[in-house]
Ligand binder design. Structure first.
Ligand code: PEP
Ligand code: MN
Length: 354
């Protein structure tokens, strides 16, 4: 990391970047209000920090020890930026004073279904609308989401999502399953979701990041925290820092009857918030896999410091084409939101581990 002097000129900054690039590294330039920070992307051992420190306009040049430096609190601090980033989506602030609730069906099934649910979740207090179009499914025999029907069907479903969001005043989010869907989805949504199964897809991360839209990035169910954060840097290295991290449960232990679909790793929430400046939310629905546990896990997630929740909600959960066992009704969502807001008030500033 190179910290430039407050009065460093654009030419001096350019020179430093050129010097770094000469050694085969890339840079992440963070222009704060008071000074510019240049982060190094690549093998830092190839450059001499002593030499960089002597270049005109440089205040300090040093290595950051953490493996995921570009998203570390230390990096934000050096840039004079806040150590808790707020991701803005319209007038909604993820990581701001209020807990943000993202809700909607696991999968969009029809225009009518989507609009009914959108109205319901809006009334319940959700601020952002979710709806799956390209569903990652274990079996090829299962409903793949309307996107499975081809590009025309996907476009139609995306236009409903956009229309529902505009009608009810909610930004919208949907998951992208592969690189071929990036351009299409980015045309319609406010936040692009990268699902747990794709956490490790570097090429997908890079192409989504290049759209410069906020990204909801889910932890893979088998990924350690360090891996999750390291892969996050692939997006930040494309100059996109509007990333919302999501804990959605890791593989459960034990044989025989399983009680939950995954195990919600609650400690990951404050741990990640201590390590990085990015906001962390919780997905209680996929973690639980059971409707009757969604309320408890939501409360626990907010108590652990999550700045938001993504909750699957359906007007008729029993009939849902995907994940029927874990979706809750808008009425249940309302109770959950009321309780979570109270919890957030009770913990106050402690939500960010402060
Ligand atoms: C989803 O949110 O629709 C989803 C499939 O979640 P995950 O990637 O966490 O399994
Ligand atoms: Mn689902």
């Amino acid at each position: 990391m190179i910290i430039m002097k407050a009065d460093a000129t654009p030419t001096q900054i350019k020179n430093v970047i050129r010097e770094v690039e000469k050694h085969g590294l890339r840079t992440d330039v963070s222009r704060g209000d008071f000074r510019t920070i240049i982060g190094l992307i690549g093998d830092e051992r190839k450059v001499s920090f002593e030499r960089l420190a002597m270049l005109p306009g440089v205040k300090e040049a040093r290595m950051i020890e953490t493996p995921y430096k570009l998203i570390s609190k230390e990096y934000a601090k050096a840039a004079g930026e806040k150590t808790e980033r707020i991701v803005k989506v319209g007038d909604i602030e993820i990581g701001g004073d209020e807990v943000v609730f993202i809700a909607g069906p696991c999968a969009i099934e029809s225009k009518k279904q989507l609009f009914t649910i959108a109205e319901g979740v809006k009334k319940a207090g959700a601020q952002i609308l979710r709806g799956g179009i390209f569903k990652p499914r274990t079996s090829v025999h299962s409903f793949q989401g309307l996107g499975g029907g081809g590009e025309d069907d996907a476009r139609e479903a995306l236009s409903w999502l956009r229309e529902a969001g505009d009608k009810f005043g909610m930004p919208v989010i949907t998951e992208i399953r592969g690189e071929t869907q990036v351009d299409l989805v980015a045309e319609y949504v406010d936040i692009i979701q990268i699902g747990a199964r794709n956490m490790y897809d570097q090429d997908l991360l890079v192409s989504v990041a290049k759209k410069h839209k906020p990204i909801l990035y889910k932890r893979h169910f088998g990924a350690g925290i360090e891996e999750f954060l390291s892969f996050t840097e692939y997006m930040v290295a494309e100059d996109n820092k509007d990333i919302i991290l999501c804990e959605r449960g890791i593989l459960p232990l034990g044989k025989g009857k399983s009680y939950t679909r995954y195990t919600l790793d609650l400690a990951a929430v404050p741990v990640i918030q201590k390590e990085t400046y990015l906001p962390v939310i919780v997905d209680p629905s996929h973690a639980a896999g059971r409707r009757d546990l969604v309320f408890s896990l939501s409360c626990a997630g907010v108590a652990a410091g999550a700045v938001g929740l993504i909750v699957e909600s359906h007007n008729n959960p029993a009939e849902a084409l995907v994940d029927s066992q874990q979706q809750i009704t808008p009425a249940e969502l309302k109770e959950l939101i009321t309780a979570c807001k109270k919890i957030r008030r009770a913990i106050g500033d402690r939500h960010n581990g402060g």
